[in-house]
Design a protein around this ligand. Structure first.
Ligand SMILES: NC(=O)c1ccc[n+]([C@@H]2O[C@H](COP(=O)([O-])OP(=O)(O)OC[C@H]3O[C@@H](n4cnc5c(N)ncnc54)[C@H](OP(=O)(O)O)[C@@H]3O)[C@@H](O)[C@H]2O)c1
Length: 173
């Protein structure tokens, strides 16, 4: 079993049907959630797939220069690029900042066993899309906090999950 790494947080906005993306973009425009993403990740290290990186560049989210990026890609090269998730994560750990796992689908799946927190916005409606967030309830059962809001008619839930304890005391003895 992979060790959990303190300070590694998954951040995602997910629809009720687990859709997170469509045609390389978010399936929605929800300013409150976008600001939540920007505020949360400011000053941190972002580990993300190539398409997510390109999307963030397009939005201008990296322009303030406060975030470091660790891009997982087999086609890009450069000091910020890594050929697989474990090597990107190792490099991010050395940077000594909070690590934010920012997707996409494969990156989230690989990070699920090692992250210690899940910062999840539930966009409580079904959306069409081509990218999904993995099932998380097996790893993150401990709902630490929740704040409810709305985007028009769509309820939003800003949640923080902590990792499920892997062993109970009884199982350890
Ligand atoms: N709702 C949300 O919170 C949220 C968050 C993140 C993303 N999204 C959405 O999700 C979509 C993007 O996600 P995506 O899954 O399509 O793309 P992605 O993971 O950002 O990018 C895919 C590319 O990243 C590289 N990559 C990813 N995992 C890899 C691995 N394990 N090993 C080696 N390379 C890897 C590969 O790049 P190369 O081709 O260069 O090898 C792959 O083609 C967009 O629609 C975006 O808006 C939504």
């Amino acid at each position: 079993m992979e060790p959990v790494v303190p300070g590694v947080k998954i951040i995602v906005a997910v629809a009720r049907n687990r859709v997170i993306g469509r045609d390389g973009r978010l399936p929605w425009k929800i300013p409150e959630d976008w600001n939540h993403f920007l505020e949360s990740t400011r000053g941190g290290s972002l580990v993300l797939g190539r398409r997510c990186f390109e999307e963030l560049v397009d939005t201008g989210a990296l322009k303030d220069g406060t975030r470091r990026v660790f891009i997982v890609s087999t086609t890009r090269s450069g000091p910020d690029c890594f050929p697989d998730f474990p090597s990107a994560l190792e490099a991010a750990k050395r940077a000594g900042r909070t690590i934010w796992i920012c997707g996409g689908e494969r990156i989230y799946a690989e990070a699920m066993p090692v992250a210690d927190e899940l910062i999840l916005t539930l966009v409580d409606a079904d959306f069409d899309g081509d990218t999904r967030f993995p099932e998380w309830s097996g790893e993150f059962t401990n709902l630490h906090s929740e704040r409810a809001s709305r985007h028009g008619s769509i309820p939003l839930y800003f949640r923080v999950y902590r990792r499920r304890e892997r062993f109970s005391r009884a199982e350890c003895v």
